[in-house]
Design a protein around this ligand. Sequence first.
Ligand SMILES: *Cc1c(COP(=O)(O)O)cnc(C)c1O
Length: 433
Amino acid sequence: MITYNTGKIVAADKKYVWHPFTQMRDWADPDHEPVVLAAGKGAWLEDSYGRRYLDGNSSIWTNIHGHNHPRMNQAIRDQLDRVAHTSFLGFTNPLAVELAEHLVASVPQSGLSKVFFSDDGSTAIEVAIKMCVQYFQQNGKSEKVGFVAFENAYHGDTLGASSLGGISIFHDRFRSHQFPVTRISDLEQLKALDGRRTAGVVIEPLIQGAAGMRVWPGTILGELRSWCDQNDVLLIFDEVMTGFGRTGKMFAFEHEAAKPDFLALAKGLSGGYLPLGATLTTDRVYQGFLGRYDELRTFFYGHSYAGNALACAAALMNLQLFESERTLERLGPKIGRLSSQLAGFKNLANVRAVRQSGFIAGIELGKNDGTAFDWREQVGAKVCLRAREHGLLTRPILDVIVLMLPLCATEDEIDLAIEATKLAIAEGCRDLP
Ligand SMILES: *Cc1c(COP(=O)(O)O)cnc(C)c1O
């Protein structure tokens, strides 16, 4: 067993590193003791002291079949022995091709037939945005430049993807540098819009993740599709979070059998092992970019690590494991278990709302009079700190506690996560109104 000098790692971290979505003054405070994650197995993570925790948010919504999965590891190792990375600009590789074929096969009857690889969720969205704009530019509708997105949406942090975002504390600061987007909160507002200047509409199907796990009421994808058809607008489904079984089906849009023009995938795409993004689109969009080279209809866009062989090997094994481990079939009863356990939260003190979509849960905390806590109190963060002491790692979205275990978690592990969350809420909210 490897031993770690935790004090030294933490000191160097505080000296040299800047963490994402983190107030570094709090992080660097001498009293703050970061968890140094050093190993993992299945739904469990292990820190530098050998303490074990359930991975309550699937390592920021990425992990699918568990950590250190022997077949995931082997697939990556096998590829590593051949080559780690080669250029996808002007060349191809067997793994990326096989993955593209498997991805298209995993969305039958969707009309999606082409795969464009990139690095992560944000770039998968950037690709969809740019393809939308360029498609209309060179297909006789250059007035179509606008985008429609939903309030509270989250589509990534790069400047283009964040233009589509509707979470004010993340996105508003950069509005002067983002492209304008029409933000709507429901379909009535959509129907009132003039679609003639609109290129694309983007939505997180079934559930908005970063908004605090907000489940859409009713069925809206079909109606979105028909509005897009009537107005010749391209429809983007952002399944960066919901893809790969999280909602109980392989992709969230399958619940409504709606057809997008673009499907953005990342996070779980590689099973949570390596960064990888993919944007799937239709033959219609693809055809709209064909032409003589000097017509300049080429999609001049790409990233250095596009089609990365190690990431593609991981993603292929991720898909194979869905088959060989019957992941979705075995997930059904686990989702049932999670639902019945979540029912027990509804009457707990300081629980404002409990939301679930498939294997994703959000528990919103608040005052017992039903109002929200002041976000400055960071109650959600304090509760997650208590959960850590009960063997559960997760990260809140403001005061929403996220429970999103890897799909491999057993019913016993679900129970443990639930128990830890209950204790953490009771302790973390003890002296609160
Ligand atoms: C996480 C997320 C993204 C951004 O993905 P990154 O890999 O973090 O860039 C985009 N859309 C949704 C719905 C997400 O949850």
